[in-house]
Design a protein around this ligand. Sequence first.
Ligand code: SF4
Length: 462
Amino acid sequence: MSMDEPPRKLTLEEWDSRYAALWRQGLRQPGYGGPLRRHIRTEGDLRLHNLRFDSSAAALRLWNLLLTENQRLRQARQQGLKLVGAMKDLGTVPVMAYSLPNLRAFYPDGAWWTPCLMESTDGLLRQAEACGIDAAFCPVRAMLPAFHNEEHFPIPELLICSAGAVCDDFSAIAQRLEHTGFPIAWWEMPRRRAPEPNEPARSLPGNLLAPSLQVECVRAELARVASVLGALAGQPLDTEALANGLRRANRVRRLLRALRQAVYAAVGTPLPALEMLVAEMLAIHFCSDLDETIAVLTGLLAEVHRRVRQRQFILPLDSVRVFWINPTADLRIMNLLEDWGARLCGADYMFTHALDVIPEDLPPLEALARTALADPMAGSASERARRIVADCRVFRAEAVVIARIPGASHCAREGTILRKVVHEELGLPVIDLEIPPLCDALLPALSGRLQALLETVRNRRR
Ligand code: SF4
């Protein structure tokens, strides 16, 4: 088996022999490298048994970066670095924290995926119920017991959470967290609105516009966050340091932009949907290692370019082009989507503002404030829908799937609005599906609905 063998998706068992073959051929890996199977033993990530992974060395590195994050955070603490728990903003506070050399930021919100990865052996959702946060809340409730039992991530020295234009779920859970002894530094994110006629306004990434007043408000709030971070780091987060931080974050964002363009626009599928989801997630806090994130994305992009050049694709060329909305609580559904005949040609995982390049021709705090305010979840669902429509056009989507998150308060009306706008503007078939943290029991229903959608597209092609 050679490093350049045609790409395919491998089970964990198949990856064992693929790993051995790569090793014999002189595979070079960073310190966190190794076979994928070990994450079941070290982290209890049982879901890996049920996933299928891209066969490239670049994908192996991506998965290893993702699945070693907790170890990396613990090492950082041992080395004397300070840990910052950024909460809810998805892509803003980490850019500031990584501008200071002795801080590492991560999202405790990421506990969202723990019940999936550990196939519920973590017991976090049950424990959340014991804290009064039941299934009426979205799976981010796993974060609360994870703080209490300290088994899933090290407790950060500092917690910073955005408030204001934030879903009820997160707001309630974060307040409960604070009341149980975890102090939080709050900052205000106003709900983005359209400027009134003649009201001074500023442009935001993502082709958006917001009143100057709101940009000023976020800028002032981020200045406050900068002081809190500077106090923790023992050195100020000044303009020069932040400007350097923005440039480094932009390296990640530009790589992701190139990767999305290369994968979603390709005639075939050069990288599976699951690896694309994981790669896009690196945008929000760099998996606690910005340099490695750059290296991982560079490797993935080179692999994708090579496959496109050699026309090596992992799915049939006639796979239905699907645009996916919202992250899935169960990662397995991204594999199944492809098994059932679809390919991903774009996605909005609720953090499109973390993919936008931060303007480098503005004062850094102003630039970051404008980018933060472009958060799709801080504005209206119809504004979010407009960006989705534009992406669907660019990547020639044939169908749209809205992944409803069980219990999520932001989903109450969102699905109806997104469906209506996409259908009216593009005439594409749209479905919304609720996907629980483990979807196995619902597979017949999910499969039936998704396959019906794909069949609709195939009929429209005839
Ligand atoms: S309700 Fe939605 S926005 Fe809020 S924490 Fe859950 S998934 Fe995130």
